[in-house]
Design a protein around this ligand. Structure first.
Ligand SMILES: Nc1ncnc2c1ncn2[C@@H]1O[C@H](COP(=O)(O)OP(=O)(O)OP(=O)(O)O)[C@@H](O)[C@H]1O
Ligand SMILES: Nc1ncnc2c1ncn2[C@@H]1O[C@H](COP(=O)(O)OP(=O)(O)OP(=O)(O)O)[C@@H](O)[C@H]1O
Ligand SMILES: [Mg+2]
Ligand SMILES: [Mg+2]
Lengths: 225, 225
């Protein structure tokens, strides 16, 4: 599903160069749930952005669904991303002028497809936000926005789901709902990568990748405990 | 320091009225650390916004440092807030066009005072973000932005600090640093209110207020455990 091959990412130039990622290798198979953990600033969000084809690596390659992103033009990269990848951003990134439901339907519309309304209604019910569909993002609480952002990433059943701290704004009961949904999606064959600081979320994954200063510091099978 | 008197907050009108808070009473004394917990959508952020004088209650009164906000004109309310209150927003709300350090200095500049540079340098060191001062918010990770937002709320040593999930984007080590800082500020006499989903943060507070569907559902002394 997803391969990160010797990827580095640097920002700035000269004295002010910041190395966010430094030679990261990672293979993510379909039907798996992988947690990525690490200190604040260690490169987790940068890794997700590159894996989603949202930013170009400074060195190395990202292979999404068998297609290398290096050398693709913008239109081809956007089409690949729309077909293959769903992203839950750390800062939600809902479109302020659209309703919550329109935000969830947007990926389908952008891919030129009809939204799967039954699936979306089921997801919103599982996430506990039924009834808030016609609100705009600023009329929702932080946790409610996060749950619509999760629904948006999952609605199209993309082959790869990249979620950046998807339970950060949620209470523990709601967080467990989200964990159940992610585990279910992985069992259905999707490749799910979850950046998290929450040990309860990491415990649901079958693998925990540790990032520190832009490098992989550990890659452990999560215990069955 | 802060009194919330029978406060309700309703959004919308007619059929579409949403009651975010429904008759909340709360007294916060100087030199205390109070945690506010509750499910997503229960009214925590709304409570903080009203307590900070950032929004008007639909009913009831908010008394900040002995001054009632009801009936104050905008200029007087802004002056009161600048003198008495520091806020850490759930979505950080850093000013994108300013550097991280300028964001921290902004409350002092808006209050017509010189920023306390030694205090700010000490806070940034405690928070582990020394060296990132000249970055703009979009050049920082989520957790780094959150730590600058915390420094901004604390820099002026305001009588009241209202923090909305200040450790939501932080790893557990960094979160403990923030907890230490908040405990220290309360011991120094400030009134600190922290909205949190993290039991480790709540455990540092001397009191835990539980919110459910816009009402206070419990008000417990945190155990000394
Ligand atoms: N502008 C608005 N219009 C309508 N409803 C609103 C508006 N702002 C907030 N709400 C509603 O008010 C309720 C309380 O929201 P609030 O943001 O205070 O919740 P919260 O406890 O902070 O939740 P979270 O833990 O998800 O951040 C929610 O149900 C939310 O949908
Ligand atoms: N545009 C940029 N310019 C310079 N440095 C940047 C830029 N974007 C990110 N960085 C730096 O790259 C490093 C990695 O950032 P990243 O957002 O991936 O961290 P993270 O692991 O997601 O952290 P957090 O847990 O705080 O969200 C950080 O040190 C950050 O300051
Ligand atoms: Mg991040
Ligand atoms: Mg909130």
């Amino acid at each position: 599903a997803l391969a990160i091959r010797d990827v580095s990412k640097r920002y700035g130039t000269g004295d002010a160069t910041v190395t966010a990622l430094d030679g990261v290798d990672l293979e993510i198979a379909p039907g798996t749930l992988t947690a990525v953990m690490g200190p604040s600033g260690s490169g987790k969000s940068t890794l997700l952005h590159l894996a989603a084809g949202l930013d170009a690596p400074t060195a190395g390659d990202v292979v999404i669904g068998g297609t290398s992103v290096v050398g693709l033009d913008d239109d081809a990269l956007t089409a690949l991303r729309r077909e293959q990848v769903g992203v839950v951003f750390q800062s939600f990134n809902l479109v302020p002028s659209l309703t919550a439901l329109e935000n969830v339907e947007l990926p389908a519309l952008l891919a030129g497809r009809a939204p799967d309304r039954a699936r979306i209604a089921e997801l919103l019910a599982d996430l506990g936000v039924t009834g808030l569909e016609s609100r705009r993002p600023h009329e929702l609480s932080g946790g409610q926005q996060q749950r619509f952002a999760i629904a948006r990433a999952l609605a199209q059943r993309p082959a790869i789901v990249l979620a950046d701290e998807p339970t950060g704004a949620l209470d523990s009961v709601t967080s467990i709902e989200v964990q159940e949904i992610l585990v279910r999606q992985a069992a259905a064959g999707q490749a799910i990568v979850v950046v998290t600081h929450d040990p309860a979320v990491a415990a649901r994954a079958e693998r925990i990748v540790l990032l520190r200063d832009g490098r992989i510091d550990g890659d452990l099978p999560a215990t069955d405990a």
